[in-house]
Design a binder for this molecule. Structure first.
Ligand code: IMP
Ligand code: MG
Length: 177
């Protein structure tokens, strides 16, 4: 285990199981739809690449990169678009794929922005959820697991851009953040 990690919260095998059951559900729910999976970079890139391979129906993918102004562990709700979608989403059933839903401010902002472009539908798929931390009224349509109010890293989630490559999700030691 990485030396900066206090404990493993969710193992590689547990993540695999969660992702495959989410993929199954999405494949079922979107079988007659025009699915566009949108990964919110960079945190969801690992989740997205596994999730899309457990989706068994035709789909397209796209990416958005955003950065939310704030300090290292809190988002401010003001979102800057670093990379927008490549296409017009009019008529698509958009599934926003996120690593973690925390205050909810980032996704709330993105939902409003994307709704204005007239997609057929928009839903949220998040691997992790910290419901205790929610500051805006938003919920995930698909969720891997709720997690306690601790700062977690791995499987795409970072602290100061590090630890994204860990194959499991762990809690950082207190002196590391
Ligand atoms: P929100 O706008 O507060 O919901 O922020 C969501 C974003 O904050 C996520 O996409 C992550 O990039 C980041 N984030 C929130 N909690 C954590 C965490 O525990 N570890 C790593 N990143 C986190
Ligand atoms: Mg993120």
């Amino acid at each position: 285990m990485n030396n900066d990690i206090k404990k493993v919260l969710i193992s590689e095998d547990e993540i695999k199981e969660m992702v495959s059951s989410m993929g199954k559900q999405i494949s079922e729910d979107y079988k007659d739809k025009n699915l566009l999976m949108v990964s919110v970079l960079k945190g969801s890139v690992v989740f997205m690449s596994d999730l899309m391979r457990s989706v068994t129906i035709p789909c397209e993918i796209d990416f958005m990169a955003v950065s939310s102004y704030g300090n290292k562990t809190e988002s401010s709700g003001t979102v800057r678009i670093l990379k927008d979608l490549d296409r017009d989403i009019n008529g698509y059933d958009v599934l926003l794929v996120e690593d973690i839903l925390d205050s909810g401010k980032t996704l709330n902002y993105l939902m409003d922005m994307l709704y204005a472009r007239n997609p057929a539908s928009i839903r949220i798929c998040t691997l992790f959820d910290k419901p205790e931390r929610r500051e805006v009224d938003i919920f995930a349509d698909y969720k891997g697991s709720s997690v306690p109010d601790e700062f977690i890293v791995g499987y795409g989630l970072d602290f100061a851009e590090k630890y994204r490559n860990l194959p499991y999700v762990g809690v950082l030691k207190d002196d590391k953040h």
